[in-house]
Design a protein around this ligand. Sequence first.
Ligand code: 0O2
Length: 219
Amino acid sequence: MHQVELRLGRDDSDVDSWTEVQLVYKAALRQIQTKMEILNDEFQHVHRYNPIEHIKARMKTPESIVKKLKRYGYASTIDNMIEYVNDIAGIRIICSFTSDIYRIADMIAEQKDIQVVSVKDYITYPKASGYKSYHMIVTVPVYLSDRIVDTKVEVQIRTVAMDFWASLEHKMHYKFEGDAPRHIKEELVQCAKLVSDLDARMLSLNEEILGMSEEDGQH
Ligand code: 0O2
């Protein structure tokens, strides 16, 4: 078996159709999803606590891929999709508390067969819009019958509250194609502040509750 780098220096004969490319990305998604479920189960077993609330996996539509390539100024070829579109396969991991985000990111980075290509930390550095999420581009090896294909997956990690906000903001972005009325944008910035406040308060409440149950256990 030989290892194929799907991201760089790919020979055209290696993956010769979009259908095959999609098959590889879907396999990569399944692998990351299963890995995360296993880590979550193990965490539950060891610490009696689930850091992951739920996981959403999705393939980017060909229309969105072509739109992104156009935005980047590249022709719509399969090679360019593989090379320049990092989120053809995307997985979103939703957790309860902000502290879970970095815990999950570390668990991913520590997996031997996963390579972290890049990280965007919009938790520590939120966007001006108020967007908060932790993004990782990783590669995972997909084992085909005759070769191993290192495949890119975009991982987004955020809390339930951040996800709620991002869904509405995304809807607004698409509805107004980036040109939303000012009062809506301002209201969303305010809501983002409420989300951050809620996340911080829920985290400290959870820590207090955990501390209390430990004390209770001692009595
Ligand atoms: P869609 O429609 O969700 O697929 P890159 O992917 O690295 O080449 P980019 O966009 O600079 O390009 O990466 P980044 O900032 O990590 O964003 C990747 C994805 O995160 C976006 O994909 C969105 O899904 C989400 N995202 C980023 N910024 C925002 C934001 O301000 N609001 C919301 N709601 N989501 C955001 P796409 O392809 O842009 O969009």
